[in-house]
Design a protein around this ligand. Structure first.
Ligand SMILES: *[C@@H]1O[C@H](CO)[C@@H](O)[C@H](O)[C@H]1NC(C)=O
Ligand SMILES: *[C@@H]1O[C@H](CO)[C@@H](O)[C@H](O)[C@H]1NC(C)=O
Ligand SMILES: *[C@@H]1O[C@H](CO)[C@@H](O)[C@H](O)[C@H]1NC(C)=O
Ligand SMILES: *[C@@H]1O[C@H](CO)[C@@H](O)[C@H](O)[C@H]1NC(C)=O
Ligand SMILES: *[C@@H]1O[C@H](CO)[C@@H](O)[C@H](O)[C@H]1NC(C)=O
Ligand SMILES: *[C@@H]1O[C@H](CO)[C@@H](O)[C@H](O)[C@H]1NC(C)=O
Ligand SMILES: *[C@@H]1O[C@H](CO)[C@@H](O)[C@H](O)[C@H]1NC(C)=O
Ligand SMILES: *[C@@H]1O[C@H](CO)[C@@H](O)[C@H](O)[C@H]1NC(C)=O
Ligand SMILES: *[C@@H]1O[C@H](CO)[C@@H](O)[C@H](O)[C@H]1NC(C)=O
Length: 455
C-alpha cells in the first residue's frame, strides 16, 4: 500500500512537471508560428515612402524615406540595405544621401554616365561626416534607424534619387517591384508598392503646404522566424530568499564545440579576441565568451529586497560578445507588477500596453550618453538598473516564481528563459508544494482504491 502510494505520488510529480513542460513547449511553438504578428507591437513595420518631387526630361526626381514604425526594434550599424527591381529599363542618374553598392553595366551610355544601371539596384546609406553637398535632410547616419519609442526623431532615413528612362507622367511611370530590406541580415519581408494619396509638406513657417506629384508606399514587417537566428540572449534569475542562482539554460544559444578551438573566447585570455582569425563571415557574427549558454547577451533578474509596501528588483544586462558594442539597446519585459512600477533608476521606461486590461509590459532602454551603449564583452560590458514596485496585496507573492519575469526581449529578440520548475523557491515553498501534491494524491488514491474495490 505504501509503495503504491509512493508510486502515485511520484508519477503525479512527474506528470505535473511534464505538463508544465508541455505547456511551455506549446506556448513557445505557437509563438514561433505566429511571429510575423507580434502581439506586443501589432502594427510594427518599416514603411518606405517614395515621393516624386518633380518630373525630368526622361524620368523623375524622388525622395525616398524609410520610417521605422516599430516600437522596440531598431537597426544598428552597419545599417539597412534596400533593394528593388525596376519595372522597365530605368537607370539612376544620380543620388544624394545614399548610394548603390554597384554601378552595373552602363556601357551603352556615352558622355553622361549614370550612377547605376542595374536592373536590381542595392542602396545603402552614406556615413556620418558625408560632405554637405551630398547630403539631404535625414540622411547619412550609416543606415542606423532608431526605434519609434526610443526616438521618433531619428527613426527615419531619407535619400534622393534621380531616375532616368522612366515614365514622365503619373500615367506612364511604373512603380518598382520586389522590394527587399536587410538590417543587414534577413528578417524583413516587404509587400508590393501601393500608390497612395500624395504626401503633403508644410513649410517651416507653416504658411504654405506643397505636395508630392505622386507617392507610393511599401510596408516591410519583421519575423524572428525568417531571420532564422539562433537565440541571441538568455535570462538568469536569483533572489534574496534563496542562495540558488538559476543560470541561463545550457546551450541556450548554441553549444561549445570542443573540437573547434577559437569558436569562443576564454575569458581568462580575452586578448585572444583580437587575434582570432576571421572566419570569412562578416565581422558582425558574434564572437562570444565561452559559457555554458554561449549567448551574446544575458539578462539577470535579481529579486533584491522586500519592504512592507514595496519590493525591489535589480536587472543586469551583460554582453558576452567581443564583436559588438550594442548602441541604443532596449529591453521589453513582461511582469504583472509593471502596472504599479513606482520608480526606475538609470534606465528609461515606457509602458507598451498602457491602455489594455493587462498593463504588464514595459520597454526599458539606456539613458543617452550614460548607459545607452552596452560595450563589448569585458570589464565594461554590462549595464544595470533597479526597479521599485508597489505591492498589490491581492496579487503580490514570492511563491511559485511570481516575482520573476514572464518574458524578456533584447533588441526585439525573444530571450531564452530557464524552465519554470528551476526557479528559486521560497525556503518553505517546496514542502508546501509537496503537501498540496500529497493531499491531491490522497484523493486520487482514494478514488483508485474505491474503483478497484479495496475500500
Ligand atoms: C505601419 O505602421 C504605422 C504606424 O504604426 C501604421 O499606421 C500602419 O497602419 C502600419 N502599416 C501596416 C500595413 O501595418
Ligand atoms: C495623375 O494626375 C492627374 C492630374 O494630372 C490626377 O487627376 C490623377 O489623380 C493622378 N493620378 C495619380 C495616380 O496620382
Ligand atoms: C516580384 O514581384 C512580382 C509581382 O510584383 C512577383 O510576381 C514575382 O514573383 C516577384 N519575384 C520575386 C523573385 O520575388
Ligand atoms: C504612406 O506612408 C506615409 C509615411 O509613413 C504615411 O504617412 C501614409 O499614411 C502612408 N499611406 C498609406 C495609405 O498607408
Ligand atoms: C565542431 O566543429 C567541427 C570542426 O569545425 C565541425 O565539423 C563539427 O560539425 C562541429 N560540431 C558541432 C556540434 O557544431
Ligand atoms: C567598441 O567600442 C570601443 C570603444 O569605443 C572600441 O575600442 C572597440 O573597438 C569597439 N568594438 C567593436 C567590436 O566595435
Ligand atoms: C500602466 O502602468 C503604468 C506604469 O505603472 C501607469 O503609469 C499607467 O497609468 C498604467 N495604466 C493603466 C490603465 O493602469
Ligand atoms: C496599484 O497600486 C494601488 C495602490 O496599492 C492599487 O490601488 C491598485 O489597485 C494597483 N493597481 C493595480 C492595477 O493592481
Ligand atoms: C532554492 O531553490 C531551489 C530551486 O531552484 C531549490 O532546489 C532549493 O531547495 C531552494 N532552497 C531553499 C533553501 O529552499
Amino acid at each position: 500500500m505504501a509503495n503504491l502510494f509512493l508510486f502515485i505520488t511520484r508519477s503525479f510529480v512527474k506528470l505535473s512537471s511534464f505538463s508544465i513542460l508541455l505547456l511551455l513547449l506549446l506556448s513557445s511553438s505557437s509563438f514561433t508560428a505566429t511571429e510575423a504578428y507580434d502581439p506586443l507591437d501589432p502594427n510594427g513595420n518599416i514603411t518606405i515612402k517614395w515621393d516624386i518631387m518633380s518630373w525630368t526630361p526622361d524620368g523623375y526626381l524622388a525622395v525616398v524615406t524609410l520610417y521605422n514604425f516599430q516600437q522596440y526594434r531598431h537597426i544598428q550599424a552597419p545599417g539597412w540595405t534596400l533593394g528593388w527591381k525596376w519595372a522597365k529599363k530605368e537607370v539612376i542618374w544620380s543620388m544624394m544621401g545614399a548610394q548603390t553598392t554597384e554601378q552595373g553595366d552602363c556601357s551603352r551610355f556615352k558622355g553622361n554616365i549614370p550612377h547605376c544601371c542595374k536592373k536590381d539596384p542595392t542602396v545603402v546609406d552614406l556615413l556620418p561626416g558625408t560632405p554637405y553637398n551630398q547630403q539631404i535632410a535625414n540622411c547619412c547616419k550609416g543606415g542606423v534607424l532608431n526605434s519609434w519609442v526610443q526616438d521618433p526623431a531619428t527613426a527615419a532615413s531619407s535619400f534622393q534619387v534621380s531616375v532616368g528612362q522612366a515614365g514622365t507622367t503619373n500615367k506612364t511611370v511604373r512603380v518598382p517591384r520586389n522590394f527587399t530590406l536587410k538590417a543587414p541580415g534577413p528578417g524583413y519581408t516587404c509587400g508590393p508598392a501601393k500608390i497612395v494619396k500624395p504626401s503633403r509638406f508644410v513649410t517651416s513657417d507653416k504658411r504654405r503646404v506643397t505636395q508630392a506629384l505622386m507617392t507610393w508606399n511599401v510596408t516591410c514587417t519583421y519575423s524572428q522566424f525568417l531571420a532564422q537566428k539562433a537565440p541571441s540572449c538568455c535570462v538568469s534569475l536569483s533572489s534574496f530568499y534563496n542562495d540558488t542562482i538559476v543560470p541561463c539554460p545550457q546551450c541556450a544559444c548554441g553549444c561549445q564545440n570542443t573540437s573547434q578551438p577559437g569558436s569562443c573566447i576564454d575569458p581568462k585570455a580575452p586578448h585572444l579576441a583580437s587575434v582570432v582569425p576571421s572566419t570569412g563571415k562578416n565581422s558582425y557574427t558574434p564572437l562570444v565568451q565561452c559559457t555554458s549558454h554561449m549567448c551574446p547577451v544575458r539578462i539577470h533578474w535579481h529579486v533584491k529586497l522586500n519592504y512592507k509596501e514595496y519590493w525591489r528588483v535589480k536587472i543586469t544586462i551583460t554582453n558576452f560578445n567581443y564583436n559588438m558594442n550594442y548602441t541604443q539597446w532596449n529591453l521589453v519585459v513582461q511582469h504583472p507588477n509593471f502596472d504599479n512600477l513606482t520608480q526606475i533608476f538609470s534606465f528609461n521606461y515606457k509602458s507598451l500596453t498602457p491602455y489594455t486590461a493587462i498593463n504588464d509590459t514595459a520597454m526599458l532602454w539606456g539613458v543617452k550618453f550614460y548607459n545607452d551603449l552596452l560595450s563589448q564583452a569585458g570589464p565594461l560590458g554590462n549595464v544595470q538598473s533597479e526597479l521599485l514596485f508597489r505591492k498589490d496585496k491581492a496579487t503580490f507573492t514570492f511563491e511559485k516564481g511570481w516575482a520573476f519575469p514572464r518574458r524578456i526581449y533584447f533588441n526585439g529578440d525573444n530571450c531564452v528563459m530557464p524552465p519554470p520548475d528551476a526557479y528559486p523557491w521560497l525556503p518553505n515553498a517546496s514542502s508546501q508544494q509537496l503537501i498540496s501534491i500529497l493531499s491531491l494524491s490522497m484523493v486520487l488514491l482514494a478514488a483508485i482504491a474505491f474503483l478497484f474495490g479495496y475500500a
